[in-house]
Design a protein around this ligand. Structure first.
Ligand SMILES: [Zn+2]
Length: 348
């Protein structure tokens, strides 16, 4: 274990976050502080499907940021469905400055009724236009109709088809949870990358259903076996630039989590950075933390490097999220039962 007490690094980027909209967005944006840039997912109740939707949503985020004095830069996405035309993609790239198009598996996660089942049939020409225009394909990689623990592994067949047919398309396999996905990305082409969430660095299926049912540890894709967790930690610390940070911070109210048909999603915006740093420290790989958090993702997406003055200073000092949690009404993920977090932002 390292002896770091204080660190300074370029401010991190989060390449997968859910900010929601309306009242929930106000709370979420207020707590999305340490990040320099955040790739905002489009699966609102009324999904972001076009350049116009993305621009409107961008404005709403900017207003919430001003209200709460927060300064991360939102990077926009649209949801790709079977009805996404070439014209929509072109206009989203040019008019909406949309960086990525997200595909959900139909019916498997929050607001995914417009998701896709059959990629060759439903998305062939759309993927072709994404490849031509340089829009990154962001994938929730689970195959509908498959047993829940096997869905991510089964999706790798679809992913192979996409890679084979669209060799210049940049693809991010989001929130990977299995050793199979880690191996697939490691041996995949340079156009393929993956995000790793903080919660998948701590949870296995036992933390969801092993003793009592823990709805706040329930997310999609669901946490898997101990050997999968170990594989994710080895990818995290590998220094391979095709693995980078994407928190998948996904808030739901307690009422929507603690009920029959509870929603999938883990809210980690306030604690994610500390959880990533703890994982690096536990694995004795602290020096890789900075590029994983602020360099590899930006490089893959072709974004400019973070200017020198955007630094963040963190100190090792335990704090407790419970008070923050009471105020915002959403359970905040920590890696322990007490709600303690170890790394504290001193200045940014
Ligand atoms: Zn997500």
């Amino acid at each position: 274990m390292s002896e770091f007490r204080e660190i300074t690094m370029a401010r991190p980027d989060d390449f997968h976050v859910h900010l929601r909209s309306g009242t929930m967005m106000q709370e979420v944006v207020r707590l999305t502080r340490p990040w320099r840039r955040a790739l905002v997912m489009p699966n609102l109740e009324k999904p972001i499907l076009t350049a116009e939707d993305a621009l409107r949503y961008h404005d709403e985020i900017e207003r919430a940021k001003r209200t709460h004095g927060v300064d991360f830069e939102p990077l926009m996405t649209i949801q790709i469905t079977k009805d996404t035309s070439s014209d929509i993609i072109h206009r989203a790239r040019i008019d909406g400055k949309v960086l990525a198009g997200k595909v959900y598996p139909r019916g498997l996660t929050t607001n995914s009724e417009f998701g896709v089942v059959d990629y060759p049939k439903e998305l062939y020409s759309t993927l072709l236009t994404m490849e031509e225009t340089g829009m990154v394909l962001s994938l929730h990689g689970e195959k509908p109709g498959t047993f829940s623990l096997d869905r991510e592994r089964a999706f790798l067949e679809t992913l192979s088809w996409i890679i084979e047919h669209f060799p210049r398309l940049k693809i991010v396999l989001e929130h990977i949870t299995t050793a199979a996905s880690v191996g697939f990305v490691m041996h995949g082409p340079p156009t393929l990358a993956a995000t790793i969430t903080p919660h998948h660095l701590y949870l296995t299926l036992d933390d969801v259903i092993g003793t009592t049912l823990r709805p706040h540890n329930f997310c999609k894709p669901i946490a898997k076996y101990p050997h999968d967790l170990r594989a994710l930690r080895s990818a995290l610390t590998s220094g391979n630039p095709r693995f980078f940070a994407g928190t998948d911070s996904a808030p739901h109210s307690r009422e929507r989590k603690e009920c029959d048909h509870g929603c999938a999603g883990i809210f980690s915006a306030p604690t994610a950075l500390s959880l990533y740093l703890d994982a690096f420290e536990e694995e004795d790989a602290f020096l890789i933390a900075s590029p994983f958090l602020n360099e590899y993702g930006a490089r893959f997406y072709g974004l400019p490097p973070i200017p020198d003055q955007r630094w963040i200073q963190l100190q090792k000092k335990t704090w407790n999220v419970r008070e923050m949690e009471t105020r915002c009404g959403v359970k905040i993920f920590t890696a322990n039962e007490m709600g303690d977090v170890h790394w504290n932002v001193l200045a940014s």
